[in-house]
Design a protein around this ligand. Structure first.
Ligand code: 4NP
Length: 149
């Protein structure tokens, strides 16, 4: 079976996309998927995920502590089949680097119906739990959707 390659993208790659990566990896661990994450900004390159994302994930049995932030690069369009972005600002920033229709077609808002995953960075732990819930539901949605393709 061919491996489906999925990239989760947010702004800093320390809050939302590491959580999305961990959840998606957990749900596809017995399937043929490769999952990674990146940020559109370079503020946190090389950093571990935010301690609040790590804590929320651990509460749900998912360990993010081996992840390291990196910046989204144009070559990611060639390396991945699906590029999932967390909000419309990420969408705009990633799309600005696409140089073909094929590249642009790989980019999707992760939440269905055009909704955004709110940036929890300046909020409290509750915001991170809310993100977890949204990302968990979206992961299930996409896994089902991809299987039916
Ligand atoms: P993320 O959250 O995009 O979900 O990783 C943020 C992390 C850091 C910053 C903004 C958003 N920051 O401005 O440093």
């Amino acid at each position: 079976m061919e491996t489906t390659k999925v990239l989760m993208v947010c702004l800093g790659n320390i809050c939302r996309s590491p959580l999305a990566q961990g959840i998606f990896e957990e749900k596809t661990k017995n399937l043929s998927f490769q999952v990674d994450s990146a940020g559109t900004a370079g503020y946190h390159i090389g950093s571990a995920p935010d301690h609040r994302s790590i804590a929320v994930a651990l509460n749900h049995g998912i360990d993010l502590r081996n992840q390291k932030a990196r910046k989204f690069e144009s070559c990611d369009f060639d390396k991945f089949d699906y590029i999932f972005v967390m909000d419309k600002s990420n969408y705009k920033d990633v799309l600005a680097l696409a140089t073909s229709v094929e590249m642009a077609k790989k980019v999707h808002l992760f939440l269905p119906n055009g909704n955004e995953v709110p940036d929890p960075y300046y909020g409290d732990t509750e915001g991170f739990e809310h993100c977890f819930k949204l990302l968990n539901e979206a992961s299930e949605y996409w896994i089902k959707n991809m299987e039916n393709e």
